[in-house]
Design a protein around this ligand. Structure first.
Ligand code: MCN
Ligand code: CUN
Length: 787
């Protein structure tokens, strides 16, 4: 794709420049930190220097005496308001401000409200907290030891750090298949703790109007409606008196799903002072205290015949959830959608067990384009397949091709009960191999190996499950995962679409207008997409788990079709013919057999608002609403090929090229889809090669800035080569599947598989991410690093 491409606005699906970029490229976006209200005060959070310590005392008197300080909020203040603890998205509680103990480094201890940001920060240093340090639990594997310090002694009757056990699949049958198999490949692997690190950090401006009792909250959220309901439940403020506004968001990546203590403190600060209060965290605060991702310690086993027919997969996971279980996922799924670990293969049996534990690390979790933990699942199974190929001496592409699900098996129910909606996996893998010129790459690799060069070719094939969810099976804190949408066509034929989901950079203002354009034949330029304001949009669960297209996108198509049906009634009145005699072509209804006799959607819109007589019971105007409850998830998939060169002297990895073929069903805007894929591939390079949230054994966070926690740049990324196949979703109104997280989910395994393929001649079978030079170098010397 060339950068200068300048497509015309399509009347529906197609390559179209993003409408929102008109303001973004001019620096005219409005982010939370751009909100400035008259009399606004500023908040700052005092954070714990310890990973685990008892709070002996807090003396805030010197801070309160600071001339610019208006209020100091501590855990004690919040206790008196019954707000010291808040519910998490996983049915646990989290301290808003610590009262008894601190449980991770960076935990929120006090909140200062002052006249400016600098004074608020200065005053933090005047607060005197006496801590009694306690031994910290940092290693998840040690958290369940009998003598491990108990982190959550706030929960009555709790004696250890165990949170939950969860299993899926048929254990007995899986064990039988394993016992009878010719070959079993076993591999322990870690998906390290990483962080979504959006460029815009998290923050809130809270404005409680003391006269009307109305609370307005501008906040960095991916789910404004869910936040409003949670504020109502937590703070006891009537829901209609709360307005949550999510303006432009500078990247979410899962980091902005939950409610952070700072948000609640800003609200409390505004209630206490009667003034608007802004709180914006800095980079270190974002990295140290907000939603992490992964931290899965996985033990995987794969069973196969000697000829390479994969029979079964068996997994045990230790899941590190940090100090409060705040992971975001539908209630019935404590390990998210990890149950999709059976991947894209035709298995006889599968079983997995996940144990969740507390450690003295930041809570939150999932996040970072995770598809509710399918990232971990795909990495696991795609590493296992490569380990099996290594043991059997088979080509990893050939091994995958032999075992992929076949098109005639769809809809396919996996051994853990997920019903994959549609796919032609072999065609997609073939497309990726052709794009990469796989055979030639292998020939080149052989030549280079003879010269002592370490070139690696890595594959991954992934299946995702996105679009939560059928309301029957999926809810967050009891809120069923369905989305509302509302469409109004004004008298002059211009339209406004109101959505519950929330763009954080995915281009919803463009693509959702394109869906309406496709259905109604109104130009996307004439359709305004409104989102991110609970007073102006219908209820819905928000944007994460790549659910916007599968759920809100479906709602948009349905609502547009309802408007089209209404337009038909109006057109029949205008043309004085029966509705049955009308036929639709994009943008107009016309009389069957007489193309000239028709009315376009603009004429119909005007007539719908006029004195035209409509049939009994038909109201005027041209609008509709819809609540879409998806019948199933959508299952996008893809095949990736990564080529790397490893420096034999230093272990430094260079990603030479990357070929990605994605299938997300019908593409609304192929250019936006490609942008989503580019971003996700860069994420994959970052996680595979450079990212980890590291801690020392006392729980000190070792990655509190972008000097230590690395983001990939264009220097580390190759020029991506993309391909596509299109297998529509049979149950989605426009056949689209989600794509926002696909590349982040699928790419780390391809990069890691490539690096391990490069060092295979040295006898290396596995090494854990991140494959930074030291890790690769150690593995090359038979001494893998342990994170
Ligand atoms: N799209 C399309 N055709 C399809 C599928 C999607 O044109 N068949 C378009 C959509 O209309 C939308 C975009 O691609 O404009 C992404 O759609 P979708 O896959 O539905 O994902 P969501 O909009 O729900 O976005 C969420 C997803 C998640 S969960 C994370 S995490 C992530 C991601 O999106 N965070 C992002 N991509 C991101 N991209 C940016 N720039 N910033 C983030 O924070
Ligand atoms: Cu899991 S990160 Mo996205 O679902 O917001």
């Amino acid at each position: 794709m060339t950068a200068v491409e300048n497509p015309e606005t399509p009347m529906g699906f197609g390559r179209m420049h993003r409408k929102e970029d008109v303001r973004f490229v001019r620096g005219k976006g409005t982010y939370v930190d751009d909100v400035a209200l008259p009399g606004m005060l500023h908040g700052a959070v005092l954070r714990s220097p310890h990973a685990h310590a008892r709070i002996v005392s807090i003396d805030a008197s010197a801070a309160e005496a600071h001339p610019k300080v208006r209020a100091v909020v501590t855990g004690a203040t919040l206790e008196s308001l019954n707000l010291a603890w808040m519910p998490t998205l996983s049915h646990d509680v989290q301290a808003v401000l610590a009262t008894d103990k601190v449980r991770f480094q960076g935990q929120e201890v006090a909140f200062v409200v002052a006249e400016d940001r600098y004074a608020a920060r200065d005053a933090l240093e005047l607060i005197d907290v006496e801590y009694e340090p306690l031994p910290a639990v940092i290693d998840a594997k040690k958290s369940l030891a009998d003598d491990a310090p108990v982190i959550r002694d706030d929960i009555e009757g709790r004696t250890g750090n165990h949170i939950f056990d969860w299993e899926t699949g048929d254990k007995e049958h899986t064990d039988e298949v394993f016992a009878a198999a010719d070959v079993v490949a076993v591999q322990d692997m870690l998906y390290p703790r990483v962080h979504p690190a959006p460029l815009e950090t998290c923050g809130t401006v809270a404005d409680m109007d003391p006269v009307t009792g109305k609370l307005t909250v501008w906040t960095t959220t991916q789910a404004p409606h869910a936040h409003r309901t949670l504020y109502a439940l937590v703070a006891g403020i009537p829901e209609h008196k709360i307005r949550v506004i999510s303006p432009d968001i500078g990247g979410g990546f899962g980091n902005k799903v939950g409610i952070y203590p700072g948000y609640v403190c800003a609200v409390v600060g505004s209630i206490l002072t009667g003034k608007p209060v802004k709180w914006m965290e800095d980079r270190s605060e974002n990295l140290m205290s907000t939603s992490f991702a992964r931290d899965y310690h996985m033990h995987g086993e794969i069973a196969a015949t000697r000829e390479g027919r994969i029979l079964a997969v068996r997994v045990k996971v230790l899941a590190d959830h940090g100090a409060f279980n705040g992971t975001a996922q539908p209630t019935k799924f404590p390990a998210g959608f990890f149950g999709v670990f059976t991947g894209s293969y035709d298995l006889m049996a599968a079983h997995c067990e996940v144990t969740g534990v507390y450690t003295n690390k930041a809570p939150g979790g999932v996040a970072y384009a995770c598809s509710f933990r399918i990232t971990e699942a795909v990495y696991l199974v795609e590493r296992l397949v490569d380990v099996l190929a290594y043991d059997l001496g088979l080509d990893p592409a050939e091994l995958r091709m032999r075992n992929l699900l076949r098109p005639e098996q769809f809809p396919y129910e996996s051994k853990t009960g997920w019903v994959y909606d549609s796919g032609d996996y072999p065609a997609t893998l073939r497309a990726a191999l052709d794009l990469a010129d796989y055979d030639e790459l292998r020939a080149q690799q052989a030549r280079r190996r003879e010269r002592g060069e370490l070139m690696g070719i890595g594959l991954s094939f992934f299946t995702e499950a996105v679009g939560a969810g059928p309301r029957k099976h999926m809810d967050i804190l009891g809120l069923g995962m369905a989305d509302g949408a509302e469409l109004r066509v004004h008298p002059t034929g211009k339209a406004v679409l109101r959505l519950s989901c929330q763009s954080q950079g995915q281009g919803h203002e463009t693509t959702f207008a394109q869906i309406v354009a496709e259905e109604l034949g109104i130009s996307p330029d004439d359709i305004d997409v409104v989102h991110g304001d609970t007073d102006q949009t219908p209820f819905g669960l928000g944007t994460y788990g790549s659910r916007s297209t599968p759920v809100s996108g479906a709602a948009t198509a349905v609502v547009a079709r309802k408007v089209r049906d209404r337009a038909k009634i109006v057109a029949s009145a205008m043309l004085e013919v029966s509705e049955d005699d009308l036929e639709w072509e994009k943008g107009r209804w016309f009389v069957k057999g007489d193309r000239q006799a028709g009315r376009d959607i603009q004429e119909i819109a005007l007539a719908a608002h006029s004195d035209l007589e409509l049939p009994e019971g038909v109201e005027g105007h041209l609008d509709a609403t819809c609540v879409y409850n998806p019948p199933n998830l959508t299952y996008p998939f893809g095949a990736y090929v990564c080529v790397v060169d490893v420096d034999p002297g230093t272990g430094q990895v260079t990603v030479r090229s990357f070929f990605a073929v994605d299938d997300c069903g019908v593409r609304i805007n192929p250019m936006i889809v490609e942008g989503q894929v580019h971003g996700g591939l860069a994420d994959g390079v970052g996680m595979a090669l450079m990212q980890v949230m590291a801690f020392d054994e006392d729980g000190n966070h070792l990655g509190g800035s972008f000097m230590d926690y690395l983001l990939p740049t264009s220097l580390e990324c190759p020029s991506w080569r993309l391909g596509e196949t299109v297998t529509p979703s049979p149950h989605h109104p426009i056949g689209a599947k989600g794509v926002g997280e696909s590349a982040t989910v699928g790419s780390p395994a391809a990069v890691v598989n490539a690096v391990l393929d490069a060092v295979k001649p040295l006898g290396v079978r596995h090494a854990d991410m991140p494959l930074a030079p030291a890790a690769v170098w150690s593995a090359m010397r038979g001494n893998p690093l342990r994170t």
